[in-house]
Design a protein around this ligand. Structure first.
Ligand code: FEO
Length: 177
């Protein structure tokens, strides 16, 4: 096995955070759909799909390096949100947790002299920075738009724009691979 037992355990524990992100965003997307926030729904469906790719990257990596990837149990899903702001705050909070967890595994792989895992995690360091910045910007926009009578309309338009940008970025990333 290329990775140590300690790193394997840490990576397996991390799987639950990635799948929780996938399911949380799917749940937010569905709530947005129900509330008529089509742009926000589209954005969160995409986020959810992206989290699935993160989950699968970790999952495949564990097995690739001779470990045993374990499908995590998922608890405490939330289906209702007080507002789109609450949903975005929860998303940002979750991403911050994911970033911390990735930094911890990175530190552990350094201690263990595990350069392969360090290398593997580099993509996620960049990805986490992007996601945290994105959710912080959305929160700033939500504050700026405020709670006026037409605010939900403008908020939804902003999500629509973000969703289109995300599609453009993914196309560029795929072309670069
Ligand atoms: Fe894959 Fe956004 O954590």
């Amino acid at each position: 096995m290329i990775i140590s037992k300690k790193v394997e355990k840490a990576l397996n524990e991390h799987l639950s955070l990635e799948i929780a992100a996938q399911y949380n965003y799917l749940s937010v997307a569905s709530w947005c759909d129900k509330e008529g926030l089509e742009g926000a729904a589209k954005f969160f469906y995409k986020q959810s799909a992206e989290e699935n790719t993160h989950f699968m990257k970790f999952f495949a990596y564990i097995n690739e390096v001779g470990g045993h990837a374990l499908v995590p149990e998922l608890k405490n899903l939330k289906y209702e949100f007080k507002s789109i702001t609450e949903a975005v705050e929860l998303a940002l909070g979750h991403e911050q947790k994911v970033t911390k967890a990735i930094y911890k595994i990175l530190a552990l792989s350094k201690d263990e002299g595990d350069h392969a895992t360090e290398d593997f995690l580099r993509f996620f360091v960049d990805e986490q920075k992007e996601e945290e910045v994105q959710f912080k910007r959305i929160l700033d926009k939500l504050k700026l738009i405020g709670k006026g009578p037409q605010s939900l309309y403008y908020i939804d338009k902003e999500f629509e724009k973000l969703s289109a940008q995300a599609t453009g970025k993914k196309k560029k990333d795929t072309a670069a691979e």
